[in-house]
Design a protein around this ligand. Structure first.
Ligand code: F0G
Length: 369
């Protein structure tokens, strides 16, 4: 039987629009009550794209890309943030706080603005992609740069939330995980079952925890016949879960996953090892190779961290750990536009020429009609 809350939230969704947001779409599977506000920026319902050319490069027959860069603030964080902010408001909070490598802060800032509450974001100075910083600033968040990495910033955010009346919206907040499970729900709803393999980048460990939990929920509900094998991609310079020990000074071009001591360490390890999968350390050059391949071959522009999952899947297929006949989904966690400095080097300057059609046609080798 449906709870009063889910009926209410579902009613809200029956106006015929798509992109009605995850609270409305998955109300009965989320921790909502009658007094949870109906917050939405139209998150979720992201494209699941068949990727035949990239599949060939990786060496699998059946590959889909879950393009989370199509979320309202351009990353998967929106799925969990909408739940965390709605629940914070329900509990009476008027200020939310998070530490972030960038995407969490962009999402927190947007949902706080939408809900009319205050967001405070703590960022590792000098290591946040420009687009993400811009998003937090324009949405009116209080942005504080700290002289430490993400791990240090999360420590401070936790202390502030413990001692003061502010709600922590990092993925240690279980409502974030609950919302991020909807990514797994959507994949099963669209494919009709779980895929055999899911590859995704792992930083703080929240998302892989959420996906494992989401597929497990669908398995229990008989909406999936099995749960997938998880491949957790870490950057080689920030690979605590591969090394089995925290990394004091994590370094990688994939700043989103520049994390040395994941807060969801234990749940990330169980998610991956219980699935029969593993964590893989990907060098920066392989991350950037995958970053270019996915947009050149499929037109899908993701940020470097997201490409780590593609590179990790390829590594596992090449080593024989993953068979070519298995169906695979790569979670492309963030939009490439967030990190424009990575897309075009500082030296990039295409120059310009005279605006003359026939000279341009000649230089391009165009054939006349
Ligand atoms: N991909 C992107 C684009 C991310 O921004 C993050 C995390 C991850 C993957 C890893 O997910 O932490 O749940 O294992 N970004 C966080 C942030 C840390 O602050 O935006 P995770």
């Amino acid at each position: 039987m449906r709870s009063e809350a889910s009926v209410k939230a579902t009613d809200y969704a029956t106006d015929g629009r798509t992109r009605r947001g995850v609270l409305a779409r998955y109300a009965e599977l989320l921790p909502l009550t009658a007094s949870t506000p109906h917050l939405s920026l139209g998150e979720g319902d992201t494209p699941l794209l068949a990727a035949p050319r990239l599949a060939e490069w990786i060496g699998v027959n059946d590959l889909h890309l879950k393009y989370e860069g199509a979320n309202p603030t351009g990353s998967f964080k929106d799925r969990g943030m909408v739940v965390a902010v709605a629940k914070a408001i329900e509990a009476g909070s008027t200020t939310i706080i998070c530490a972030s490598t960038g995407n969490t802060s962009a999402s927190a800032a947007a949902y706080a603005a939408r809900a009319g509450i205050r967001a405070v974001v703590l960022l590792p100075a000098g290591n946040v992609a420009r687009g993400k910083l811009a998003q937090a600033v324009v949405a009116g968040a209080t942005v504080i740069m700290l002289d430490c990495n993400f791990d240090g910033a999360l420590d401070v955010a936790r202390k502030l939330a413990r001692d003061y009346r502010v709600a922590l919206v990092n993925s240690v907040n279980p409502h974030r995980i609950a919302g991020q499970k909807t990514g797994a729900f959507e994949i099963c709803d669209e494919l009709g079952d779980a895929p055999d393999v899911v590859a995704l980048p792992v930083g703080n460990g929240g998302n892989v925890t959420a996906y494992a939990s989401g597929f497990a929920t669908y398995r229990t509900l008989n909406r999936a016949s099995h749960t997938p094998i998880f491949i957790g991609a870490q950057a080689a310079g920030a690979a605590p879960l591969v090394l089995g020990a925290p990394v004091l000074n994590p370094e990688t071009v994939a700043t989103a996953i520049r994390i040395g001591n994941p807060a969801s360490w234990d749940s990330a390890v169980s998610a991956v090892t219980d699935s029969g999968g593993c964590f893989v350390a990907i060098p920066d050059d392989a991350i950037l190779e995958a970053y270019h391949k996915v947009v050149e071959m499929e037109g899908v522009f993701c940020e470097p961290a997201s490409a780590a999952g593609i590179a990790a899947l390829r590594t596992q297929v090449r080593s024989g750990a993953i068979g070519p006949s298995l169906s695979a989904v790569c979670i492309l966690t963030g939009n490439g536009l967030k990190d424009p400095d990575r897309a075009t080097p500082e030296s990039f300057n295409p120059g310009s020429i005279a605006a003359d059609a026939s000279t341009i046609a000649a230089s391009l080798g165009f054939v006349g009609r």
